[in-house]
Each structure stands twice: as C-alpha cells, then as structure tokens.
Design a binder for this molecule. Structure first.
Ligand SMILES: Nc1nc2c([nH]c(=O)n2[C@@H]2O[C@H](COP(=O)(O)OP(=O)(O)OP(=O)(O)O)[C@@H](O)[C@H]2O)c(=O)[nH]1
Ligand SMILES: [Mg+2]
Length: 317
C-alpha cells in the first residue's frame, strides 16, 4: 500500500511587535492538544499560497495581505508523508479568533520551544526564530575595527552574527568574543567559529562549524545540547548530508555566484541551490555573490535568507 501524501500550508503569523501566533489542535483532530502554526491541507487545484489564504480565513477569520515562503519540510509520519509548506505572514487584516474553538496564543519567538508541536515542526520553529540575514565579520580587521563595525550593524538591526576572525590569535579571538557577546546581548544571536575545544568557554553562544570540522565531527553527533545553535558551512550535497547527520540547526550554502574573494570556486547557481535546499530539511542561508537585496530571491528558492561578509558589513566600518 502506498503511503498517503499530504501537502499542508501553514503560517508563521507575526504581529507588529514580533510575536507569533500559534494555535492548539482541537480534541477531534490528529495530534490533539499539540500546538501548531495555523493552516491545513491543500485542496485539489490549489497552490500552497491559495490554501494558506483560505485556511487562515476559515480557521482565524483574517485576510492575509503579505506572505513569503519561509521553509518547506518533508516529514514521514507513521500515517503519511507530509510536505509542510511554511509561509511567513507579516500583514493581515482582522483580528485572529479561534473560529473552530481552538485556543490561540501570541508568543515571543524564543518561547516557541516551550509549546509542544508535532515532530514535523522542529525545522519551522528554527526558521521562525532566525532572521532573514546572517552577517559574517570580514577578515583581517583589528579588534577595534571589528567592534566598531559590529556596533553599527547591531544599530542597523543585525540579529544574527558570526564572529569570524581567522587572522587573530586564539587568545585575541577569545577576548574579542567576550566583548561581542556583551554587545549582542538582547539584540542579536551570536555564532562563534573556532576549535571545538573552546565550546565550554562560551556557553551563551551558538557555534558555526567549518566544512572541515563538519567532516571531522559529523560521525560523533551533536557536540552540545539544543539550547544553543549549531550551524555549518556547506558547499554541496555531501556536506549537507553531514550537517543533517550532526544535527545542525541551520547551514550556509555557498558560493551561489562568482565572488572576488574565491574566484577559483565554481558557483552553484540558483537552480542547483534550489535543488540542494529542497533536499535539506533545515533553514539554509545562501552565501557567496549574494547581497542584502537578494532576500526575496532567496525565499523564492526555499532559503531562509542571505548570508555574507563585505556586502553586508556596515559601509562606514
Ligand atoms: N496546520 C498545521 N498542520 C500541521 C502542522 N504540523 C504538522 O505536522 N501538521 C500536520 O499537517 C496536517 C494538517 O492538518 P489540518 O488538520 O490542519 O488540516 P485542515 O486544516 O485541512 O483540517 P481538516 O482536514 O480537519 O479540514 C495534519 O496531519 C497535521 O498534524 C502545523 O504546524 N500546522
Ligand atoms: Mg488546520
């Protein structure tokens, strides 16, 4: 017997203060009592976006004004193979109400982990907690210049930052990381990059693995609990597979287009990137030859957003 295929559209609805709307599944439905992103199954002939608009009207009594793809998740449940097509809804009219008697809650993104959801939702929760841009610090800057640029980036609403400074000696990097953690507190999520031996020194920050580290450690599994972000730099299907194996929460995929800094690396192009992203279940930031203006294009190929160094670094820094 072939497994049932379910295509479901669901919404991460944000209000003006950045809270997210979740709903509790009613008693008479599957996964009763678990929380979910409002939405439902596509009807025959509908696109995912059309289904989303209809479901939000039926379940919440709102009219969707702006929606953008966030993440597509493929999940095999004992009863069905689910394709969960998650959109971000940032503008709507009307006040959401539980039209089917379901409980609703507006919560901060960081609180999502406290509401039990179906297993398929884990990557969507990660995607909802991450911004659309990932700033990586440029090489060969002295600590003062780095701190100055980071302050400017934070003032310009940078919310995910990777402190990459391969030019610094380890002691200097570690001192700098302490300062940057302080600057980021309450503003941005900080990812550090360096030897895994340093992990214990920085319990507050996430960790970004190089492709080389990924190869070395993937077989050992996740190096720390899920309360911190684990990310990895990937360039092909094999590295994405290792990222899934180690339990990475999100990845960068590069290079998408030719870049000045890596002219020798063959760019993937958007089509190949789209296929790789479709085969990977966690948020992907595309990097290399993309700029902050490419966010919409990134979302259109299934990516979380764009990552980068020079094109993302504050110009005065
Ligand atoms: N809406 C929604 N469904 C989800 C999520 N996560 C998840 O695994 N699902 C699954 O996707 C399917 C969607 O079902 P649904 O019950 O919302 O479908 P529906 O609104 O069309 O309801 P109906 O079939 O009772 O008319 C269910 O199997 C549900 O468990 C989620 O975050 N939101
Ligand atoms: Mg539903």
């Amino acid at each position: 017997m072939s497994q049932k295929q379910l295509h479901v559209a669901a919404a991460v609805i944000r209000d003006k203060s950045g809270h997210i709307l979740i709903a509790q599944r009613p008693k008479d439905k599957s996964h009763a009592g678990l929380w979910e992103f409002p939405g439902g199954k596509l009807e025959t002939g509908e696109t995912a976006q059309q289904a989303l608009i209809r479901e939000l009207r039926e379940e919440l009594g709102i009219e969707t004004q702006t929606s953008q793809p966030l993440i597509q998740i493929r999940h095999n449940d004992p009863n069905a193979a689910i394709l969960l097509d998650v959109f971000e809804v940032s503008a709507f009219s009307g006040t959401p109400r539980g039209m089917e008697g379901q409980a609703l809650a507006w919560i901060k993104p960081a609180q999502l982990v406290n509401y039990p959801m179906p297993a398929a939702n884990a990557p969507a929760v990660r995607a909802a907690r991450l911004p659309r841009q990932y700033l990586i610090t440029p090489q060969r800057l002295e600590p003062e210049a780095l701190l100055c640029g980071i302050k400017q980036a934070l003032a310009a609403d940078c919310r995910l930052l990777q402190l990459r400074a391969p030019n610094l000696f380890s002691a200097d990097y570690r001192d700098l990381a302490v300062d940057v953690l302080g600057l980021c507190a309450g503003k941005a999520q900080l990812m550090l990059k360096g030897p895994l031996e340093w992990l214990g020194d920085f319990p507050a920050a996430g960790w970004h693995l190089s492709a080389e580290q990924l190869r070395k450690y993937a077989a050992c599994g996740r190096p720390f609990p899920e309360s911190r972000w684990l990310a990895a730099s990937c360039h092909n299907a094999e590295e994405l597979k290792l990222a899934a194996q180690i339990g990475a929460d999100f990845v960068t995929l590069s290079p998408i287009a030719p870049t000045q800094t890596h002219p020798e690396a063959a760019p993937l192009g958007l089509e190949a990137a789209r296929d790789l992203i479709a085969g990977f279940n966690q948020p992907v930031f595309i990097q290399g030859g993309v700029t902050p203006d490419d966010g919409e294009q990134a979302a259109a190929i299934g990516a979380q957003g764009v990552a980068g160094i020079r094109a993302f670094w504050p110009s005065g820094g």
